[in-house]
Ligand binder design. Structure first.
Ligand code: FE2
Length: 297
């Protein structure tokens, strides 16, 4: 008889992070002891790749709920104004046909091509995201991941000390998207929060840089100076040695730890190939931040 140890296998896909988990079907109820193996692997490896998981929305939501409460997305162009637990990443309309490149949903989704951590603009930032394939392009459309934990650990001791205690202001809108019409003005102002620049995983004490496109200013620093520092840290995290690029195959599902990784979508021929991925997002458990006053206040 198979034992738990021999049935679930975990194989590292990158020298610093990312593991492929095999030997488990996530589309059916997952026993508690199996979830424990996944949870431990998630905290250790930061990104988990599962193959041959043919989720539908119901089974994806059911598995995601093991990790905690799911975020409910507000209605916005990226989900065709349908609030719910599923975010759809696609170049297709509801009719299954290609959307024109200038469609608001397409423009909105282009934001995902900047490095970011999901929901870092929320007061309780996301713990994890699970992105599962529905339709994958044969070429391009990868998701790139960067280990902000490995990057932090590679910093010189004096740099770590200098960053300790800094707080960044995060906005839902990206820095260069101030004039974007995809969000209502009141939502732009509502989603302004602060988070520490260095986050610690409470399970294992490992620290990571918490930066990316939503992080836009450093509290107590002139805005341009803070933005420059945050850009430098994001660039540091996303150097090739800290990056894993996931090429999507049919049946793939990838779960990532938003506390210690950054990710971005890569482009593909959006007029030739269809791509559809569904995301669930697991909320964090405790606020490690508070709503900030408006910038400059
Ligand atoms: Fe994302």
């Amino acid at each position: 008889m198979d034992t738990l140890e021999t049935r679930i296998a975990i194989k590292r896909l990158h020298p610093l992070f990312v593991a492929e988990v095999t030997g488990i079907d996530l589309t059916v109820p997952v026993p508690r002891e199996d979830f424990r193996v996944i949870w431990d692997a998630f905290n250790e490896h930061q990104i988990l790749v599962f193959r041959d998981q043919h989720f539908d929305d119901e089974s994806q939501i059911a598995f995601s709920r093991h990790f905690g409460t799911l975020e409910t997305m507000i209605a916005h162009p990226g989900n065709d104004w349908n609030p719910g637990h599923i975010s759809v990443m696609t170049n297709l309309g509801k009719d299954g046909n290609f959307l024109p490149p200038d469609h608001p949903a397409m423009l909105h989704r282009e934001r995902n091509e900047a490095w970011h951590s999901d929901s870092s603009f929320k007061p309780v930032a996301a713990l994890a995201s699970l992105l599962a394939s529905r339709i994958v392009p044969p070429v391009g459309g990868n998701t790139d991941f960067a280990s902000a934990r490995a990057a932090y650990e590679a910093l010189p001791a004096e740099r770590k000390a200098a960053l300790e205690g800094l707080t960044a202001l995060h906005r839902m809108t990206y820095r260069d998207m101030d004039n974007d019409k995809g969000y209502k003005e009141e939502d732009k102002q509502r989603h302004v929060v602060t988070h520490p620049v260095i986050r610690t995983n409470p399970v294992n004490g490992r620290k990571a840089l918490y930066v990316g496109s939503h992080a836009q200013e450093i509290v107590g620093m002139p805005p341009a100076e803070g933005a420059s520092l945050l850009d430098e840290l994001t660039a540091f995290c996303t150097q090739p040695q800290f990056v894993y690029s996931h090429h999507w195959r049919d049946g793939d599902a990838v779960m990532w730890d938003n506390r210690c990784t950054l990710h971005r979508a890569t482009t593909f021929d959006k007029t030739q190939y269809k791509r559809k991925l569904h995301r669930t997002t697991i909320a964090g458990k405790t606020p490690d931040s508070a709503f900030a006053r408006m910038p400059g206040a």
